[in-house]
Design a protein around this ligand. Structure first.
Ligand SMILES: [Zn+2]
Ligand SMILES: [Zn+2]
Length: 352
């Protein structure tokens, strides 16, 4: 806080940053909360024989946001795992991650770093079918890669370590990067997996399709069931709410601190003004008592004896208002006669 009563740049910066971060966190929370609400309100539809009838009676032959659970079946072709025998699926994701240790110049520690250097996702058309084999209706999943929460199953994972030679190791210490190796993973959505899809359900000719919903709604394709999927979204929303709350609290605390400092400073200034006023009145009264004319007192005269020169500067208030004998005569604890601030130190002034 500056003596002028204006908040310091650091305080203003802290207030602005915490308010901005709160706003961002809150908007993320609002989005998450909206997703949770939409997910709660989504129409639960079971994969039954009369699904087509239900859809053909719906307006536009469409349910804008529906939850449907089913078993993954391929339409024509399937994807085979490149590493595991007899492992077939409809979505396959191959990822290569480079693992290395990076020297942190601030903490002076080696930190683990992982970076995706290559990723390829392939998919083939697939349907969601009923667990019950007598039900022949199936739902075609359209654009499955646009879905979020597609927690694929890791079918293969291996680590290829980098061969280290002495020359390399010295080089790593100089460059501050020590490669560890490459992690290779294969993830798949396998046939027969039970999947919960949340999206737009439409009847297109005689084909039932689950596709990405209209704007503002999220497309889900999850190996979890609906309850677990909803619980996960709720947890995420709660976390963002907590973060926004904590950050908002910090912003409020900063604001209150600034206001409080300003209020105390203003009160102090007011007190000083009152003290000065009282002092002046007291001085005038003494002048009357001593029958001294106000104009006859020299401008640099001690404000107590009204005759000797002012020679003492009081710290911390900085007032120069008395001569040395009058300062010595002040009753302990010594206070500045003008502002009544305690006198911690006196600097003698020598006029030449
Ligand atoms: Zn004096
Ligand atoms: Zn003073």
């Amino acid at each position: 806080m500056e003596s002028s009563g204006r908040p310091s740049t650091a305080q203003v910066l802290l207030l602005a940053t915490s308010s901005a971060v709160t706003a961002v966190l809150y908007s993320v929370y609002r989005k998450k909360a909206a997703t949770v609400n939409r997910l709660r309100e989504a129409k639960k539809i079971s994969l039954e024989q009369d699904l087509k009838n239900i859809l053909s009676e719906a307006p536009g032959k469409c349910v804008p946001y529906a939850v449907i659970e089913g078993v993954v079946r391929s339409v024509k072709e399937t994807l085979n795992s490149q590493f595991v025998d007899n492992c077939k699926g409809v979505i396959q994701r191959l990822t290569l991650r480079e693992k290395k240790m990076v020297w942190n110049r601030t903490t002076h520690l080696w930190n683990d770093r992982e970076k995706i250097i290559h990723q390829r996702t392939t998919t083939v058309p697939f349907d969601l079918c009923s667990h019950d084999d007598s039900v022949t209706v199936s739902v075609r999943v359209v654009r499955p890669l646009e879905a979020s929460e597609t927690n694929l199953e890791t079918t293969y994972e291996t680590f290829h370590p980098t061969v280290q030679s002495l020359g390399n190791i010295i080089g790593h210490f100089i460059s501050g990067e020590r490669p560890q190796g490459i992690r290779e993973t294969e993830e798949m959505l396998r046939l027969g997996e039970c999947v919960t899809g949340v999206g737009e359900l439409v009847l297109d000719n005689s084909l039932v399709k689950l596709q990405p919903p209209k704007q503002g709604l999220r497309f889900f394709l999850s190996r979890q069931d609906y309850a677990a999927l909803l619980a996960k979204q709720e947890r995420s929303a709660r976390l963002w709410r907590l973060l926004a709350g904590l950050c908002g609290l910090a912003a409020c605390a900063t604001l209150f601190y600034i206001l409080w400092r300003q209020w105390t400073l203003r009160r102090k200034q007011q007190k000083e003004r009152c003290a000065l006023q009282e002092f002046k009145e007291e001085q005038r009264r003494r002048m009357r008592e001593l029958e001294v004319d106000e104009d006859a007192v020299p401008s640099g005269a001690c404000s107590i004896c009204l005759s000797a020169q002012r020679t003492c500067a009081f710290l911390e208030c900085g007032h120069v208002c008395t001569c040395e004998p009058c300062y010595q005569a002040l009753p302990p604890p010594k206070k500045c006669p003008i502002c009544r601030a305690p006198i911690h130190r006196v600097v003698p002034l020598y006029n030449s």
